[in-house]
Design a protein around this ligand. Structure first.
Ligand SMILES: [Zn+2]
Ligand SMILES: [Zn+2]
Length: 304
C-alpha cells in the first residue's frame, strides 16, 4: 500500500504549498482522496494514469478540498474516458458538480455515480474482495468525513516447490490456500499448514481531514498502520483557541489522537500558511507520540 501526497496545506495555494489531495494505491486500486485546486496538474507531475482513478473520496465541500474536482473530471471527458467514475462525498456533491457542468456547457463522455453521504455514524462505503472503506465522522464547521481504508486478510501463501515435491495435484492448490487439507497423488493426507504460510497481516490507512480534536474517532482508526491527521495550528504558539473556533486541530491534538488510537505512525498535514517552519509541527506532536512526520508535496510513503 502506498500513499502519495499531492497537496497538504490549508486555504490559499502558493507555488510550493498546495491544498489537500492524496492518492492511495491499495490492492490494485488507485483511490484519489480529496481534490484541492490544481490536483490534475500534480497527478500529471507524478505520472498517475488518469484512467486508473475509478473512485474519488471527498471529505467535505470546503474549497481547499474540492475546487480541483471540476477541472479533473472535465479533463477525463476531454480524454474521451468511457469507464464510469464514482464520487463518494457529502450530500450536495452531486449538485456541486452538475451545476458547474451545466452552467459551463460541459459534456462528459462517461457516467458519474454519486455516493452522497449524510450519516453522522461511520458507514461502509466501498468493499470488494481485497479492500473495504469506511467513513470516519469528523467534527468541522460543515459536514465532514475522514476515510479509513483497510485491506482484507488474504489467502495463505503456498510453498509451490514443496507442494510439487509432495506430489499434490495443482487443482488442489487453491484449497490449500483456503486452509483446507488435501490428499496427494501418493494417497497421503496433507495438512495445509505444512505447505502454506500465514498471509501478510492486513494493513490500513486512516485519513482525517479537517476536524476539531475529536477522541470519538478513536474506535474507527484503532491500531491503524498510518494515521494522517490535520494539524492546522500549533498549541505551542497559543493557537488552540483559533483551532477550536475554526473547527481545526493543533499538532498536539493530532499527537494525542495517534497515541490514544495506538497508531503505528502519524503523518501531519493541512498547515496554516502563518507558520514557516513545519518542523515545529513534528516537534509538538512528538511530545506525546512517535513516530511522526510532516507531509510535503510529492511525498510517497509505503504503508506497512
Ligand atoms: Zn481544509
Ligand atoms: Zn474545511
Amino acid at each position: 500500500m502506498q500513499l502519495t501526497i499531492l497537496g497538504c496545506h490549508s486555504a490559499s495555494p502558493k507555488s510550493n504549498a498546495h491544498p489537500t489531495a492524496q492518492v492511495l494505491e491499495i490492492k490494485g486500486h488507485l483511490f484519489l482522496i480529496d481534490c484541492g485546486e490544481g490536483t490534475q496538474v500534480r497527478l500529471r507531475q507524478h505520472k498517475v494514469k488518469f484512467s486508473r482513478i475509478k473512485h474519488i473520496f471527498i471529505s467535505h465541500l470546503h474549497g481547499d478540498h474540492v475546487f480541483g474536482l471540476l477541472g479533473l473530471i472535465t479533463t477525463f471527458g476531454l480524454l474521451n474516458r468511457k469507464e464510469s467514475l464514482t464520487l463518494h462525498g457529502p450530500l450536495g456533491v452531486k449538485e456541486f458538480v452538475e451545476t458547474q457542468l451545466r452552467l459551463s456547457g460541459s459534456y462528459l463522455s462517461y457516467q458519474v455515480y454519486y455516493n452522497e453521504l449524510s450519516s453522522s455514524d461511520s458507514e461502509l462505503i466501498f468493499e470488494d474482495e481485497g479492500v473495504y472503506v469506511k467513513t470516519i465522522p469528523l467534527k468541522h464547521r460543515i459536514y465532514t468525513n475522514g476515510f479509513h481504508f483497510e485491506e482484507k486478510l488474504g489467502e495463505r501463501k503456498l510453498n509451490y516447490q514443496k507442494a510439487v515435491d509432495l506430489e499434490i495435484n495443482p487443482v488442489y492448490f487453491n484449497k490449500l490456500k483456503q486452509s483446507k487439507n488435501v490428499v496427494s497423488e501418493r494417497g497421503e493426507e496433507i495438512n495445509y499448514k505444512d505447505v502454506t504460510e500465514d498471509p501478510d497481516p492486513p494493513k490500513s490507512y486512516s485519513f482525517c481531514s479537517d476536524t476539531s480534536y475529536s477522541p470519538e474517532i478513536i474506535p474507527h482508526i484503532y491500531k491503524t498502520n498510518l494515521l494522517y491527521h490535520e494539524s492546522t495550528f500549533l498549541s505551542s504558539a497559543s493557537h488552540e483557541d483559533l483551532a477550536y473556533k475554526t473547527g481545526h486541530s493543533t499538532a498536539l491534538h493530532a499527537g494525542l489522537i495517534a497515541r490514544k488510537a495506538k497508531a503505528k505512525k502519524l503523518l501531519l498535514g493541512h498547515f496554516s500558511a502563518r507558520y514557516k517552519n513545519l518542523d515545529a509541527f513534528v516537534n509538538e506532536a512528538q511530545e506525546v507520540f512517535e513516530p511522526v512526520e510532516h507531509a510535503h508535496t510529492g511525498m510517497q510513503i509505503d504503508i506497512n
